[in-house]
Design a protein around this ligand. Structure first.
Ligand code: TXA
Ligand code: MG
Length: 313
């Protein structure tokens, strides 16, 4: 276990480890990922093992250029427009695998589709470029836990298993990427709300459908996910005795944390996981969270809060 600041030598060390089939803790603008060679079943298997993740969940392959992306997947006109507008950035496209695609079966969980993202973080892009091939990288947390937004969170989640973690400070977006499927013969489908809002997507495509209830394609869609240890009570205007409180805007109370005092949803998204983690680490049995408006990034914040509050499996 090793947290290193990012410089050329750290990137070189990371590339060597990736070439040996090891994983590396990767800063992205959304959350920290656990990155490994997306083309290697063995390397990907090590990610699943470290995360304790159910094997049927496919991973996102991170690319550094459109050229790398189009050799992995088939882009139709809509996918091209979305990539042109939102890449690099917090948008993941689920697309048909291209004949030249090299993302391994295990990373795709055997699906004929592949999830691609070009991260908007200079360190992530530099590492993928230096490695020269896509990196599979799920969020670097134990399966079902809160996603890490700092290098220290990665180590807290994975301990000795975390290996080399590139430390580029706190993740700026703080929420995972939005995932949309862009597949032939169907409208663009929102699989997971995230760093790019539905409203923003609709400036580029005419129609976005939401997955029919009950079908699980992304584990972010499992009812209980992103769970802290403490119980979570959402849409709370004030804490009950003994409860910690996570405020938003005007809903706050003395001595408690606030996602964004000025009611800024981007600031709230960036603070969400770190603040949940801090309150959880304080050992309280229950965390009450103030109401967060449902527009823009609020939809993704509420999605994560609802899953964190859901009855545990
Ligand atoms: O912001 C993010 O997306 C972060 C950073 C590290 O890039 N990554 C992330 O990865 O959140 P992960 O593995 O925690 O979530 C990936 C999601 C999963 O919900 C998975 O089911 C979905 O992507 N996914 C991957 N491939 C898919 C596919 N072919 N079809 C449908 N969903 C897919
Ligand atoms: Mg995750």
């Amino acid at each position: 276990m090793d947290i290193v600041d990012v410089g050329e030598s750290a990137i070189a060390e990371a590339v060597e480890r990736l070439q040996r089939g090891e994983f590396v803790g990767l800063p992205t603008e959304t959350v920290y990922g656990l990155a490994a060679d997306a083309g290697s079943d063995l390397a990907v298997a090590r990610i699943y093992a470290a995360k304790g993740r159910p094997q049927f969940n496919p991973l996102i392959a991170h690319v550094a250029s459109l050229e790398m992306a189009t050799s992995e997947a088939v882009f139709d006109e809509r996918a091209r427009r979305l990539a042109a507008r939102f890449w690099p950035g917090p948008l993941t496209l689920v697309l048909p695998v291209a004949p030249t695609g090299r993302v391994c079966e295990l990373a795709r969980a055997g699906l004929p589709t592949v999830a691609l993202r070009m991260p908007g973080h200079p360190v992530a892009l530099a590492l993928i470029r230096a490695f020269g091939r896509p990196l599979a990288a799920p969020s670097a947390n134990r399966s079902g836990h809160i996603s890490p937004t700092t290098a220290q969170d990665v180590v807290a989640e994975l301990g000795e298993r975390s290996g080399l973690v590139l430390d580029a400070g706190p993740a700026q977006v703080g929420l995972e990427s939005t995932i949309v499927a862009v597949l032939p013969g169907e409208p663009v489908r929102l699989l997971r709300p995230g760093g790019v809002s539905r409203e923003a997507l609709l400036t580029v495509v005419d129609e976005i459908s939401v997955l029919p209830a009950g079908r699980i394609e992304a584990p972010g869609q499992l009812a209980s996910h992103y769970a802290p240890r403490a119980r979570l009570r959402i849409n709370a205007v004030a804490p009950e005795p003994g409860e910690a409180f996570l405020g938003f805007g005007p809903h706050q109370c003395e001595g408690s944390l606030n996602l964004s005092r000025r009611g800024d949803l981007a600031e709230a998204a960036a603070n969400l996981f770190a603040m949940l983690r801090t309150l959880d680490d304080s050992g309280v049995a229950s965390i009450a969270v103030a109401p967060v408006p449902e527009h823009g990034l609020g939809a993704a914040i509420n999605d994560r809060l609802q899953r964190a509050a859901a009855p545990r499996a």
